[in-house]
Design a binder for this molecule. Sequence first.
Ligand SMILES: C[S@@+](CC[C@H](N)C(=O)[O-])C[C@H]1O[C@@H](n2cnc3c(N)ncnc32)[C@H](O)[C@@H]1O
Length: 186
Amino acid sequence: MNLVHKWFCRSRRWQTALENGLPWVIDGIDLGDPLLEVGPGPGLATGILRRDHPRMISVEIDGNLAIESKRLVGQGVRVLRGDGTRLPFCEGAFSGAVCFTMLHHVPSERLQDQLLREVHRVLRPGGVFAGSDSRWSRLFGLLHMFDTMVVVDPDGFGERLESAGFGDVHVDKIEGAFRFRGTRVP
Ligand SMILES: C[S@@+](CC[C@H](N)C(=O)[O-])C[C@H]1O[C@@H](n2cnc3c(N)ncnc32)[C@H](O)[C@@H]1O
């Protein structure tokens, strides 16, 4: 991420946006225990999630951000430096998985699809993958100058989740964002 983006992901404004926005994505979903989070960044969403999820593992590709998220270690959270497209876990290791505002940082649709397949692989049958991402806007484009930005089109994302193996797929759009969920079918 570029420096502005890193600053924003640590900001009070982003903390408030997550406090207000995460319930829209995960309320009513039983994510169970243990929960996998892909792409925690500096860990603001992790800090909110751990209130209700006593055992979490967060996988972050950026070594410095992974170290920053480690402040939550010991509060039920493990943070690993790793790549969501090649998760270091065995099949069926997690009861639920989440990712927030990170898919557009995965540098191609092919790698994004690989990440979806990897999350599917490490979920137990019946496990739910839920998440959200931003939709393109001029401000979003500006925030990502000199940064990776492969915006995910919510129209068609349901089919991509199904191609990765998920069933019971839902994708909902609002201005500026979309949420999704899918279940690993046995
Ligand atoms: C915009 S930040 C979002 C952070 C956090 N989820 C939040 O909502 O505050 C996206 C994060 O995804 C991470 N990321 C990108 N590609 C990844 C991958 N393949 N595996 C794990 N993390 C990845 C980036 O390093 C960055 O920290």
